[in-house]
Each structure stands twice: as C-alpha cells, then as structure tokens.
Ligand binder design. Structure first.
Ligand code: PLP
Length: 473
C-alpha cells in the first residue's frame, strides 16, 4: 500500500490492533508524510498507549445482542490524539446535534466496568422504573404529537438540533442552493445554516417579518425551502404563518417551521400550509431538564418516506431510554403548558409595569409588534419573556443578574418546569459587534426569562422584584 501526502487512509479489518503493532514502521512513515489514518472497527480498542501514526479510531458501541430488549442502546465513538480536530468535531456534533443520550452513556460506562449489564440495572442507571412497552414508546409519542399538530407522521431525533440538521440537509439539493429565512432563527440553527464548514453551498436570504410582500419576487426554482420559527427566540416575534404558507404553497416551495417556543399546545402550523414542523422535545414537551430529543412532523407520505430514509441512513434515532422519559413527561404536558402560558403572561405584565424596565418582548402585550399575529395564530404565548432595563449599561445588567436568586435558576435553556433566567445575547452573541446586533435588533444587555410552570408564582415574583430593585439606581 502506497500512500502519499494529501491522501487520507481509511482502514477496516478484522484485527486492527495486531496490524497496528506489526506495522508500526509503516505507520511511522505515514505520520512523516502527514497522511491521516482512520481505522473503522467493530468495537473500541484495548491498547494502553496510543499508536504513533494513527489519527482516528472510529467504532460502534452497543449493549450485547444477547439481551434483545436492550439492543437499541447503541452509540458511536471517535478516539483520537489530535486535540484540535477533536475540538472541531465536538463543535460540529454540538451544532448538528447527534448527541449520545446521557442515559446510554451511563449504561455503556457500567458495561465497560462490569462487562455485563441487565435490564434491571439499566432501569436504575437511567432513572426509569417502568420499562415495559419500550418498543411502542416511539410510536405512541409520534401518534400523540401528530394528533396535536394535525400531522400524519412524526420522527424522533436525539436532539432538537439533529431534527433541524435532518430537515435542512434533506431539502438541500445541488440545483436548489437557496434558503429563505424569515425573522431571527435560534442562534445554533443560524450557525448550522451559515457555517460553510458544516453546510456548504447554502445561499441564505434573510427577510424581516414586515417584508413578506417581497417573498414572491425572491422565490425561484432555486429555492429549497422557507424556514422560520412560530415564536422567535428571544424577541418573541410571531411571523404571519398564514401569509407565508399561502405563498410557499402556491410556489410549491417546502415550508419549514421550528415551533419549539410555541409548543404543540399553542399553535398548529400545519393548518397554515407548513410542510415540516420541528420541536426540540428537550424543552416544553419534557420540561424535566433531564431529557434530550427532537421531533420532525410531516403531513405528506412522500415527505415522511424521504425523512425516514434520511434518518436511517445517518443513524439519527433517539435512544429508547430517552423516549420512555419523554412519553412519561408528556402525560401532563397540556396542563403544564397552560401554566407556562399564564406564568409567562403574568411575568410579562409585571415587568412592563415596573419602573426599572425599558422594554418587554412578549406577544401577550399590546405594545409588542407581533400582538395581532399572535392573536390570530396562537392560543397561548408561552413562557419566554425578554426585557431590557432602563439602565442599559453592563453594570445595570450585573446589578440585576449577578446576585443569587432564590427561586429562579440561572440557565441558558427554556421550556423547563422551573423558571430560568439568562443574559441571552451575552451568551450567544458575545463576539458580535454593536452594528451586527443592531442589524438583528438584539439589545446586547437583554435579559431572557423562561417562565416555568410553577403553581405558585409568588417566590419567582419576589426574586424578580428584588433583582429589579437592585437595578434602579
Ligand atoms: N430550536 C429552538 C427554537 C431552540 O431554542 C433550541 C434550543 O434552545 C433548539 C431548537 C435546539 O434544541 P436542542 O437543545 O434539543 O438541540
């Protein structure tokens, strides 16, 4: 085998470890030539020292086939001594979302320690008591989501990001390089779309919510899809899905909506001509802060078949342990969502009447630019409420945020049963210039509250009132 600089060597063989030992000189040569060597193997290696010349070891990890009931617990691993590449891979994985369930990881760890694992042990490790019906869990979840969303098929993914990744890549065609984005997308979706290292060849066109009249003239046979969110994050804007849906349908362009912030309780985008509805089930649908997942819902059989094939091809399936947790959490979803809505609206009103607050972003308020669209399309606005302080300085934000809260948790997530707070742009747009933030109308020191579904809101309000008091100077 002769390899030269610029080549990449992929090796797949029965006993790679012996081969690596025997051919160490050959591997040394490859290293000098800077030829990356990737070994594909059935299971992780057992060597104590990383062999010189080997760049990556890629293998499957799964629980043994003997216990067929848990054979769906599998994952993959990439081992390497190349730190920079691993850091890049980590970023790519984060963005495209094929995340290994923490429950699967716990099971694998135990299996590697003990070299055996049984069902009872798995239940304890994953915090799942009752694991009957595992095989039907996924279909029960998608059935329920389809009923709520007026869809015909649903597919579960390991995370919301992997659901978005799947739809973006499914619809991307060589001859259709254009995507039209309406409003502000979730920051990671935006990066997935714009980072040429991840999804090359997208020509993204951005339209504001008030610019929909320009949509027909922009659409062409190069357009792969129109994408938006039912309620945008963090400014709570509500695009006119009905208007966009009518235009998309009449041009035969797929219409994709990430409806995570509305949840299936507050809007049924498919009623307005949407073809693909995406949710991160990590958020409202579970609410428990210990589940990761995503779902794509479709209404045409043709779209369902294409998505099913894509999902199988890329192995983007949810762990059965995660779907059990999700189904359990979904039992009281509708009731929880009512409280998310009322808590969000109560907090928005309180903030809007407070003297320390400059502006509140929640479409329940008549002052919000999307108030009338929300009235038309949504039955509830959800728990995400963003606001700015009158003291716009970083010090003002610090006065508000950098003290302990007693009932509110500081966290960048949303849709949790417990109320969360974070200085959103400081976390997600830290490196953006003032001009870049101005273009997307995002105030640098905006604060985002993701109201929980607490039955008693009094401790949350006490927390907010004292933080606001600190922010008045
Ligand atoms: N879509 C929206 C609107 C989100 O806010 C998020 C996460 O915050 C995601 C998708 C990604 O979901 P996940 O964290 O499950 O990958």
């Amino acid at each position: 085998m002769s390899a030269k600089q610029g080549d990449v060597l992929l090796l797949e063989m029965k006993d790679p470890e012996t081969f690596l030992r025997k051919e160490s000189e050959w591997f040394g040569n490859l290293k000098r030539l800077r030829v990356p060597v990737i070994i594909f193997a059935a299971c992780p290696p057992d060597f104590e020292v990383w062999p010189g010349g080997l760049t990556y070891w890629v293998s499957n990890i799964k629980t043994p086939d003997s216990s067929s009931d848990i054979s769906g617990i599998e994952g993959g691993v990439i081992l390497s001594s190349a730190d920079r590449q691993i850091a890049e891979l980590t970023e790519i994985r984060k963005r495209s979302g094929p995340i290994l369930s923490a429950r699967n990881a716990a099971v694998f760890l135990e299996f590697f320690r003990e070299n055996k694992i049984d069902l009872k042990h798995i239940s304890v490790l994953s915090g799942i008591e009752n694991r009957q019906n595992v095989s039907s869990t996924e279909s029960l979840i998608s059935q329920r989501l389809c009923e709520w969303e007026h869809a015909s098929s649903g597919f579960l993914f390991p995370s919301g990001m992997s659901a978005i990744f799947a739809v973006l890549n499914l619809l991307r065609k060589k001859e259709k390089p254009q995507v039209i984005v309406i409003g502000l997308l979730y920051s990671e979706s935006y990066t997935l779309l714009m980072d040429s290292g991840l999804s090359s060849n997208w020509e993204a066109i951005f339209l504001g919510l008030a610019e929909l009249d320009r949509l027909p003239e922009i659409l062409s046979d190069k357009t792969a899809m129109i994408i938006t969110e039912t309620i945008t994050n963090p400014l709570g804007e509500v695009p006119d899905l009905e208007k966009i849906g009518n235009i998309a349908n009449s041009f035969g362009v797929p219409f994709v909506v990430d409806s995570t912030l509305a949840s299936p309780a507050n809007c049924q985008p498919m009623d307005y001509g949407v073809d693909y509805v995406i949710h991160s089930t990590t958020k409202y649908l579970s609410g428990s802060n210990d589940h990761g997942g995503g779902v794509v819902l479709v209404k045409s059989n043709e779209d369902a078949l294409a998505l099913e094939n894509f999902q199988k091809y890329w192995g983007l399936t949810i762990s059965p342990l995660e779907s059990v947790v999700l189904l359990e959490c979904m039992q009281d979803f509708e009731e929880r969502m009512e409280r998310f809505n009322t808590n969000g609206t109560t907090i928005a009103k309180l903030l809007s009447e407070h003297s320390a607050v400059a502006h509140v972003y929640h479409a329940s308020l008549p002052s919000h630019s999307s108030f009338s669209n929300a009235k038309k399309l949504l039955s509830g606005i959800g728990g995400v409420v963003s606001f700015t302080l009158k003291d716009e300085s970083e010090e003002g934000l610090q006065n508000f945020h950098d003290k302990d809260f007693s009932a509110i948790l500081k966290s960048p997530s949303l849709g949790s049963n417990q109320t969360l707070i974070c200085p959103y742009p400081m976390l997600t747009h830290y490196f953006d210039t003032d001009q870049e933030l101005e273009e997307i109308k995002l105030p640098r020191h905006l604060i985002r509250i993701a109201a929980g579904c607490e039955k008693d809101l009094a401790p949350i309000i006490r927390d907010l009132n004292s933080a606001l008091l600190r922010a008045i100077r």
